[in-house]
Design a protein around this ligand. Structure first.
Ligand SMILES: [Zn+2]
Length: 124
């Protein structure tokens, strides 16, 4: 289920602008399926690396650590940002914002694609 949230985008300019955030709320079943899919991909990479001479001493443990890391991170992600759009308060350019991925509702640092200044995105 995707929900839209109105956020404020602030920068050096004293007046913040609005930004729209589309967040996909992950239910437990989807969250577990997503986590197992990521774990499976990394585990499959570890199995493939077993057949690489010498390098398998490093690659297999690294892939297994990656598999467990992906499993834990994806199980913790309760919502994902699927689209973020706003107007830079400093230069006024309307743009898609680079905040895709897990969303925890905390203020998040983004940068403007046009003027490259640091901005802060926070939920109202
Ligand atoms: Zn800008």
């Amino acid at each position: 289920m995707t929900t839209t949230r109105i956020c404020s985008l602030s920068g050096y300019h004293p007046v913040a602008t609005d930004a729209l955030l589309e967040v996909d709320e992950l239910r437990a079943g989807r969250r577990v399926a997503r986590a197992l899919k990521g774990f499976g991909a990394w585990f499959l990479a570890a199995v493939v690396c077993v057949f690489i001479p010498v390098a398998h001493f490093l690659l297999v443990p690294a892939c297994l650590v990656g598999a467990v890391s992906v499993l834990v991170l994806r199980l913790r992600a309760r919502s994902l940002v699927v689209r973020a759009h706003g107007v830079c308060p400093d230069c006024g350019v309307e743009q898609d914002l680079d905040v895709l991925g897990p969303w925890r509702g905390q203020p998040r640092a983004v940068s403007c694609r046009a003027c490259h200044r640091g901005l802060e995105l926070r939920v109202r």
